[in-house]
Design a protein around this ligand. Structure first.
Ligand SMILES: *Cc1c(COP(=O)(O)O)cnc(C)c1O
Length: 355
């Protein structure tokens, strides 16, 4: 740390992204990316747009927002496009929370929430998940704090119903409720249409998981036009060109090709059910997932030990050291053949241990 780093930031603990090692070729099941490449027309659109990179991008993302609004049945004024959904989350924390409006979110959830809260000096309460790792919506009813919930949640993969989400929104009318739907396309129920009914709801989402664009960085927020205007005030005060030209056109083409991506989601769901069943056959506890990953623990091998042994065999999964979940691993769902190699390696590791 330099001596110039301000006192207010000295104690900031940055978010730690999943590892991207380069020492060998891994089967990568650790950062919830799609195992499928972007569709051919997305690649072509990005290539073509590269020829116009001497020009700034369109801060309003006009064609992308129009296509998005049409596909989701909402008004264009209710949408903001951002550099990954991490950016819209940071904008929202910055715009709507402070000492007077503190935040609440689950104790086990997306690791960026506490980081953004501290970065923006927002006091926050971490509400424990139940013993079975569910979010109990009653813990959030009428709590008079701004609320952030990933639905489905990460890294558990478990989802609340739309009725439960609506209860939370309805019972906190003077606070902002942010529902992070990064994984909704893998089986969750979206709250997007509730933004027409409730003025205190912000739904965020991303092209990183279900639309194979993690490396392009494209996220979005959907809310009442007033909320979107506030988020735009933050955007235009930091970086109006937050979505670059190639990403904007790649995102547009991905929406045109929506069917390709929704079919990929179906395949991921099938591979997820296969993986969960196989892990259960091997004695694992597998939380019921509505995402592109499963969260699982074995009675026969510790979470960290399994993670390390899989890594030595060229398979990367995600392990978290947090005491409540240290026995688990989060396993991203890849292709069928990825998952078959994963399962046969787990089986071999368990066999070796029982010798
Ligand atoms: C992956 C993820 C995001 C962020 O994705 P971006 O790549 O920044 O769009 C946000 N929330 C959750 C819960 C995630 O898992």
């Amino acid at each position: 740390m330099s001596r110039f780093f301000t006192d207010r930031l000295k104690s900031l603990e940055a978010y730690v992204p999943g590892e991207q090692p380069k020492d060998m070729k891994y089967i990568k099941l650790n950062t919830n990316e799609s195992p499928f490449p972007p569709s051919p027309s997305v690649i072509e659109a990005a290539r073509e747009e590269a020829g116009r990179l001497q020009l700034y991008s369109d801060p309003e993302c006009t064609p992308l927002v129009a296509k998005f609004a049409e596909l989701y049945g909402i008004d264009k004024e209710s949408v903001i496009m951002t550099n990954g959904s991490d950016e819209v989350l940071n904008f929202a924390f910055m715009a709507f929370s402070d000492e007077k409006r503190p935040l609440a979110f689950p104790d086990i959830t997306y690791g960026f929430y506490p980081v953004f809260a501290r970065l923006n000096r927002i006091p926050y309460e971490e509400i424990p998940l139940k013993e079975d790792f569910t979010v109990d919506y009653r813990d959030y009813v009428g709590i008079n704090k701004n609320i952030v919930i990933a639905n489905p949640n990460a890294p558990t993969g478990m989802a609340l119903s739309l009725d439960e989400i609506e209860e939370i929104i309805k019972s906190n009318p003077d606070n902002l409720v942010l529902i992070d739907e990064a994984y909704v396309d893998f089986g969750g129920e979206s709250a997007i249409l509730l933004t027409k009914k409730y003025r205190n709801l912000l739904v965020t989402g991303t092209f990183s998981k279900s639309r194979s664009l993690a490396g392009a960085r494209l996220g979005f927020g959907i809310a009442s036009p007033e909320i979107i205007r506030d988020l735009n005030t933050i955007k235009y005060s930091t970086n109006p060109y937050n979505v670059n030209r190639m990403t904007m056109m790649a995102g547009y083409s991905a929406l045109v090709d929506n069917e390709y991506y929704m079919n990929n989601c179906k395949t991921v769901i099938e591979n997820r059910e296969y993986t969960a069943k196989e892990l259960e056959r091997l004695g694992f506890t597998v939380l019921p997932s509505k995402t592109n990953f499963v969260f699982a623990k074995s009675p026969d091998v510790g979470g960290e030990e399994l993670y390390l042994k899989l890594k030595a065999r060229g398979i990367l999964v995600r392990h978290f050291k947090n005491a409540r979940i240290k026995d688990f691993n989060r396993i991203t769902i890849g292709t069928k053949s990825d998952m078959q190699s994963f399962i046969s390696n787990v089986e071999e590791i368990l066999k070796e241990k029982s010798k």
